[in-house]
Ligand binder design. Structure first.
Ligand code: ADP
Ligand code: MG
Length: 728
């Protein structure tokens, strides 16, 4: 191991530059590997094109004959750009993507070879995917699960394989993936938001949720990353003393991108552009070796697929450039972790951003309607959002180093706070003509058209309004965006539905004018959702106390955060909106509990191995050197020599102290694990891991880090933070 560390350092320092040329115009390369609208126009018959279009727009079914035609066209196109295989590409509950490649190649009974791909293979497949987590929905003896084509996300050719985005459902129709519920949630928000948008524009016939994610990640030299088993097996460092210089000087953020990293980014972005991922922004993040990539936003389903695909491409491209990319939310203690901000908004089919203030009072009323309804939804279901972003790894990130806390709140900025306060004062029922004029001219009419709130550098807000969209900042870097997007769109859909009912009720029963009714409902929403608005510092005791007073939830760990998923209210919500059944939710929650346990189990075992097989032996080896030295000194100078009291023997004792504590804590951790492993039920097991096993991790880490400081650098077995963290 020790040698491995030094071999890795030398390898990392002698990397040849990998030449990367970027000559083509991006606009010309864009989506050349995607079977998008342009390709369809070129390769499909008019009828086939029409049936795909109506499937995308209104969810209509594609019949078998059409499917055959579309499959034939896709095959011809894919082969023309080098594809040899096809796969249904799906997103099981593991959080990553899955694929099983089949060759187009086939044999006829007479032995003749040909390339085959028909409508049946395009539309539905039954992969033998019985090992994916299903939370008990599928028993292995009836392990049937189907992947079904999702025509709203275009097929693409990646690595010589035609990839067909699909959903993954059980034989009995339950969702086994992250995409099926997302599509249902998107359809719910479409319906609810379209109905409300019609108050302002009769011609609106569809509303899309939009998502622009910002992906943060760490890049490590491959040899260095691979020299540590914690990084290879858990994606993060479980121990390791902070480097003397971390991010204190703020010199990495937006700094010059190291040339090796830039080479990787150029290669990566080229591939992304060809695959239709509209990547736009790249920059250094706050921590050393940390970077961010952001695209132009897209329709949410497509954006989710693109983010999943991106992470896959990044892993492969990193390998080519002798890097490892880490998506773990907290790979290193003492510096920033990685998140994936989800920027979200709603757009009509005519391209109007419903969360963007306009130039007229009516447009602003539309903006206020969607803005306030969203805040109200978040207030009602804040705890559910917490559940959507909870994971063992994100627990490590939330609440420190620029990550928002686990308490959910909404930042709206001072300008809009002021508008909301004024609206709150609107009188009940009918409005006098003067009041209407006042409202239109001086409140609603005064919202500036361009409201991009540059003042929001308060990174501790978990849900901030940033001028024309909300930005969800608690999402972890590893998380599949489908999870938070499913929740957010579901809760806003629910609130918009309620809003419509209430407004229509006031119009019908109280004889109010439309805008009066809208003002009335919005006023109540502002009043009742006040507690969720918070523009201050999200860290520290003051906010925790205040949040408790406001009765906001604070679930600081995953097992607690997940509980809400199956509360009576949650079950009713998802059922009402047609997003998930009780069976699906319960299964999903169970999968999450189990994933939490598995992660901690692996971390505990890796930590045990590090302690017993690497750290303790190295510490003893150094201690022995010191003992030999002390004995030698004693021989020469006698027992009175000061090395025996203040010098080397002091270090011997410090090492001994750490060793004792290390052994005690590690043994206790193993015992706690054995005990927890005996628990059958996943939820209880997760709680046991959280409460009884995990606390030892910190104690063990402290002792390891003390030893790292004491022991001779030449025999320290693990690659150190300062060696891992500063690529050039
Ligand atoms: P910051 O780093 O300050 O949060 P960026 O400019 O890096 O901001 O990121 C903004 C993100 O918001 C981009 O990914 C962009 O595509 C996305 N975005 C902009 N407008 C919308 C919108 N209407 N809907 C969804 N996402 C949006
Ligand atoms: Mg952001």
């Amino acid at each position: 191991m020790m040698e491995q560390r030094f071999r890795a350092i030398s390898e990392s320092q002698n990397r040849p530059q990998i030449p990367v040329k970027e000559q083509e115009k991006r606009s010309e390369m864009f989506a050349t590997k995607v079977f998008n609208a342009d390709r369809m126009l070129q390769f499909l018959t008019k009828d086939a094109l029409e049936s795909v279009r109506s499937a995308i727009f209104s969810g209509s079914k594609i019949d078998r004959k059409m499917a055959d035609q579309i499959a034939e066209a896709m095959k011809t196109w894919a082969i023309s750009i080098g594809a040899t295989h096809y796969t249904h590409w799906f997103q099981p509950l593991t959080g990553s993507t899955a694929e099983k490649h089949d060759a187009f190649f086939d044999l006829l009974p007479d032995g003749k070879a040909l390339e085959k791909f028909g409508g049946r293979q395009l539309v539905q497949q039954e992969p033998d995917a019985s090992s994916f987590p299903s939370g008990g929905i599928r028993n292995t003896f009836e392990a049937r699960g189907y992947t079904a084509w999702d025509p709203t996300s275009p097929a693409f050719v990646y690595d010589s394989t035609l990839c067909i985005p699909t959903i993954f459902v059980s034989y009995t129709g339950e969702a086994l993936d992250n995409k099926a519920p997302l599509l249902r949630a998107l359809s719910a928000i479409d319906e609810a938001a379209t109905a409300v948008a019609k108050y302002f524009d009769k011609n609106v016939s569809k509303v899309n949720a939009t998502l622009g994610w910002e992906q943060e990640y760490f890049l490590l030299d491959k040899a260095l990353a691979d020299s540590r088993i914690d990084i290879t097996l858990t994606g993060r460092t479980l121990i390791g003393r902070s480097a003397a210089k971390g991010q204190q000087l703020g010199d990495h953020y937006f700094g010059v991108i190291p040339s090796r990293a830039l080479g990787f980014m150029k290669d990566l972005e080229r591939e992304c552009i060809q695959l239709g991922i509209p990547v736009k922004t790249r920059h250094n993040e706050v921590a050393p070796n940390q970077f961010e990539l952001a695209p132009v936003f897209e329709e949410a389903n497509l954006a989710v697929d693109h983010n999943q695909l991106l992470m896959d491409i990044m892993n492969k491209m990193a390998d080519k450039h002798n890097f490892r990319v880490l998506f773990h939310e907290k790979p290193f203690a003492g510096i920033n972790g990685s998140g994936k901000h989800n920027n979200w908004s709603l757009a009509t089919d005519s391209g109007v951003n419903l969360l963007s203030p306009g130039s007229t009072p009516m447009k602003n009323l539309q903006f206020l309607t969607f803005f306030i309804t969203t805040i109200k939804a978040v207030d009602t279901y804040e705890e559910l959002i917490g559940a959507a972003i909870a994971s063992a790894s994100n627990d490590e990130r939330l609440g420190e180093y620029e990550a928002p806390p686990a308490i959910f709140s909404v930042f709206v900025g001072s300008q809009l706070s002021h508008v909301l306060d004024e609206l709150e004062g609107v009188s009940k029922g009918k409005l006098s003509p003067e009041e209407k004029t006042e409202l239109k001219l001086n409140v609603v009419g005064k919202i500036p058209e361009i409201l991009l709130d540059n003042t929001d550098r308060n990174r501790t807000s978990p849900f901030a309004f940033t001028g024309n969209k909300f930005e969800m900042r608690g999402v972890g870097a590893k998380t599949n965006c489908a999870k938070p997007m499913t929740i957010l769109n579901t809760i806003v859909a629910k609130q918009l539905r309620d809003f419509k009912k209430e407004v229509d009720g006031l119009i019908d029963k109280k004889n109010l004018k439309k805008d009066e009714a809208i003002f009335n409902v919005l006023r109540e929403y502002i009043k009742t959702s006040k507690r969720i608005r918070f523009d201050g510092d999200g860290y520290g005791d003051t906010w925790q106390k205040e949040a408790r007073r406001r009765k906001l939830s604070h679930n600081a760990n995953t097992p607690n955060a997940l509980k809400i998923m199956t509360s009576k209210e949650s079950l009713a919500l998802f059922k009402d909106l047609g997003v998930m059944s009780e069976k699906e939710l319960t299964a999903r929650q169970d999968v999450e509990f189990e994933a939490y346990v598995r992660h901690l189990q692996i971390e505990g075992r890796v930590l045990g191995e590090l302690v017993y097989n690497h750290i303790i032996p190295a510490a003893i080896e150094y201690q022995n050197t010191l003992i030999k030295n002390v004995l030698g000194l004693k021989d020469i100078y006698g027992a009175a020599h000061k090395s025996l009291s203040d010098g080397q023997s002091g270090i011997i004792e410090k090492i001994a102290e750490s060793l004792v504590s290390l052994k005690k804590n590690s043994d206790a951790m193993v015992d706690a694990r054995i005990k927890a492993n005996k628990i059958k039920e996943n939820q209880k097991k997760a709680i046991a891991y959280c409460d009884n096993v995990k606390p030892y991790f910190d104690n063990i880490r402290i002792q390891c880090d003390i030893l790292e400081q004491l022991v001779d650098d030449r025999i320290w077995p693990l690659t150190k933070y300062r060696e891992l963290l500063f690529i050039r």
